[in-house]
Design a protein around this ligand. Sequence first.
Ligand SMILES: [Cu+2]
Length: 536
Amino acid sequence: MTQSRREFMSLSAKAALLALGMNAGLPTGLFAAAKTTGFDSPLPLPGGSGLYGLLAPKGNVALMATKVPGLLPATGAPMLAYAATQGGKTFQNPVLVLRKGQQFNATLVNMLPEPTIIHWHGVDGPWRQAGHPSYAVGPGESYDYSFPVTNRAGTYWYHPHPHGLTAKQSYYGLSSFFIVRDAEEEAFAKELDLRLGVNDIPVVLQDKRFTPDGQLDYSPSMEDLLMGYLGGSVLANGALRPTMKVATRLYRFRVLNGSTARLYNLAFVQGGKALPFVLVGNDGGFLPAPQRLTEVFLAPGERVDVLLDLRALAPGQEVFLQNLPFDPMHNEMGGMMGGMMGGGMGGGTGGGHESGGHGALGEGDSYPIARLLVERKQTYDRKIPAKLPALAQPASGGPVRPIALAMRHMGGWTINGLTYAMGEAPIVVKKRGLETWQIHNPEASMPHPMHLHGYFYRVLERRGSPAQVRSRAVDGQGRLATDLGFKDTVLVWPGETVSLSIDFRTPNYPGEQLFLFHCHNLEHEDQGMMLNVRVL
Ligand SMILES: [Cu+2]
């Protein structure tokens, strides 16, 4: 234990030094190669059992929210997990694999000392199945879910949603993937010879702080609650700076930002250069067409489904999944304290918010997260299809609903001037049809990833985007590649107004519904940046 602790500390120190060393003065498009040492542990891959094991439910699956000793790959610390068994195998945080059209039956068993409830993020289902916080169950209690899977094939996920406790329970480990497959997606995977857990890899990114003995530490200060709790170590599937051995072929990565607050600007860096990759899907499944990118923003709650071609590499070469520099735009003090601080905290470039004394890994720093090590040559002649399953242009129309994000004078984030009240529904959808939501985030703010339960968005337009976002626009509406399909979580940067089309006819849930609209910065959510949405 002492040995592994020392190793861990030295890795953290290395990561911090690396981040500092790689932060300044590098020409655009070229990044210092990550150090090749320290990537000693394997990337935990979803297998037939265990942590993130692949579980295709046969009948009802019981998910027991509980503390599991020794589970966290990074340090061997205990973590919270959804424990399940099937066919004599045990799973923790199983990657649930569902087929479109099948019935999903699950029972949450709460073995925590506090209330909890599961939200199936991005998964269609009436509100009683969606994990509304009013349905949170107490210690020793359980909650039954039963609904048909009607989503498009895609990478969805599940996590706790008890009001005020979502960030903490997620942070200590409760969350995993909910992968939906259908005939089209299976044909796509077959065409490219992609197999889940082998070369189609779900990867959840989460940043953590640790106590000196390697335990997970969630102890947000007032400042953390306002800005979001950042950790000094970024884990991939629970491992710190892991390595995945790869062959010279195509890989699919389904990357989930499961962090409570951290934004990423992700790239695959090889020999100091960001490799091109192909974005094929996002929150709601396939995009209308593949998008070639070299970096992508990923906010808490969002997913990207990417293809990475390693055919040009040779055995021994390394590719790093890396965060590239960006301005995290913590401009929230710009309005209130700009004068007092001499503008020091408002609108700076690249500095961003760093959590003092916790590794100081700024969101906008350059740092490696995981390594792909080419181990062997492989002959691979498959081609990425030019077309993906058809997707209509977003329909727009219906009433326009302005949504204003703001910080209260004395701190705390609001939506239309309000914070969450369990018994109130400030947004009422009277007629089930199209609506256009225009979400405005002021300049003196920070990025907010806004998530809606029950329905998907189509992004119509981004206006007022900061330069680092505008420069990535793929059309005249200022939309990003990641905006092109169905979205359930949309990042709204300071100064932006993002127009979203929502079709409240689909899915056609029976009876009145009560869903949530909230910021997926989980500290913000728990502090009340959330409203009930009543759909009549
Ligand atoms: Cu927020």
